[in-house]
Design a protein around this ligand. Structure first.
Ligand SMILES: *Cc1c(COP(=O)(O)O)cnc(C)c1O
Length: 402
């Protein structure tokens, strides 16, 4: 059988065998409800507690500052909606303002649009043509009414790393100023760090973060589990009513199996992935792939900043070759890539991220996201470099526009 090549790690990652092994007992004998008082419950809660500790260690926070959710979509929704809900209750007279960027994941953008319908003002910051938020733009956008700022750490399409620590510094200065001026409105800084966990420093205090979303299945853990870091004292409310789990911020029986998997996945990132040797290995493979593509395929380009970018990501545009067609032809050869984000595929509308970067529509249509990972081998790169150029050539010959 031909072995397939998986180059779509930003859409999801395979479960690491060590993660699977850690989860197995909780799928079998350790099935208790972590909220139960008896020994079955205690056993489950013991596993949850050690997972919480491993993640807290990675983020440099207190274990009790972590809320387990069903994934980053839920974490992001709690952030955008839960902060507004709590702030409206406490400050019913005040106008409220959210700042975010034009290149966020739909899990941020859609709740923001919903908040606009409810009378909240939302600023969607533009980005540079390299796909980066300007720190100065964030600073200028903050007003006395701003209650939350949500800027993603790493973009899921072009892999660009946003200046989170710098923005954190600005937010801290504004908070101090507000205190002196007697403005009691909180200013809460959130980052969607889903795509950053594998490669970037996620210590919340070093970054000046109040809220952080992460997801299991982007870091070699299972799907349907995520977490939200909530700094102690942050004004936020549950958006789902029910039991009092997770400090009352997220009702529902704890997903023990998922939590164990997430804890192990984070522990593995801490142990293997964040080592400079592994980062270098992935970066060298990625750079080899980029160099090979640009050398052998005319009228090709890489989108997004080349330096401020995670080592696993590359994102190409090929003039006069349609992204969806490239994807399907690569798939026939057993190579899985993406045309943008998994959430946007299925629609042929050009990606909101590329449009925000000012990439012309006809260039955006020929886009391909290639994302490498923990199990990528050098021979995968060579195979890709052999198979892609003739596909592009064939598609261009068929293209009506020349
Ligand atoms: C995948 C992803 C999400 C959604 O996470 P789920 O756990 O699948 O809900 C949110 N933000 C970013 C940046 C992502 O890449």
């Amino acid at each position: 059988m031909r072995t397939k090549i998986y180059f779509d790690h930003s859409a999801t990652t395979p479960v690491d065998p060590e993660v699977l092994k850690a989860m197995m007992p909780y799928l079998k004998d350790k099935f208790g409800n972590a909220s139960s008082a008896h020994s079955f419950g205690q056993e489950a809660m013991k596993g949850v507690d050690s997972a919480r500790e491993a993640i807290a260690n990675f983020l440099g926070c207190e274990p009790k500052e972590l809320i387990f959710t069903s994934g980053a979509t839920e974490s992001d929704n709690i952030v955008i909606q839960g902060v507004i809900k709590a702030t409206k209750e406490k400050f019913p007279e005040r106008k409220l303002h959210i700042i975010t960027s034009a290149i966020e994941h739909p899990a941020i953008l859609e709740p923001c649009r919903e908040m606009e319908k409810a009378g909240v003002l939302v600023t969607y910051l533009p980005v540079t043509e390299k796909g980066l938020v300007r720190v100065g733009d964030v600073e200028k956008a903050i007003t006395d009414d701003t209650v939350s700022i949500s800027i993603m750490y790493v973009n899921n399409e072009v892999g660009t790393i946003q200046p989170i620590a710098e923005i954190g510094g600005i937010v801290k200065a504004v908070k101090d100023g507000r205190q002196k001026a007697g403005n009691k409105l909180p200013l809460i800084f959130h980052t969607d760090a889903v795509q950053a966990v594998n490669y970037c420093n996620c210590q919340v205090n070093e970054l000046g973060i109040d809220l952080m979303s992460i997801s299991g299945h982007k870091i070699y853990g299972p799907k349907g589990i995520g977490a939200l870091y909530v700094r102690g004292g942050t004004l936020i409310k549950s958006i789902q009513l029910g039991g009092h789990q997770e400090r009352g911020i997220r009702a529902g029986t704890l997903n023990t199996i998922g939590i164990i998997g997430l804890g192990k996945a984070v522990e593995l990132v801490n142990r293997k992935q964040s080592s400079s040797a592994e980062l270098r290995r992935i970066k060298e493979l990625r750079d080899k792939l980029v160099e090979g593509v640009l050398k052998t395929i005319p009228e090709s380009q890489v989108n997004g900043d080349l330096e401020k970018r995670v080592p696993s990501n590359t994102h190409f545009s090929f003039l006069n070759a349609e992204g969806e067609s490239i994807l399907l032809m690569l798939d026939l050869e057993g190579i899985a890539v993406s045309t943008g984000s998994a959430c946007a595929s299925g629609s042929l509308a050009p990606s909101h991220v590329l449009l925000a970067m000012g990439v012309p529509k006809e260039v955006a249509h020929g886009s391909l996201r290639v994302t490498l990972g923990r199990f990528t081998k050098e021979k995968d790169i060579y195979k890709f470099l052999k198979i892609l150029p003739p596909i592009i050539k064939k598609l261009r010959e068929m293209s009506p526009i020349k």
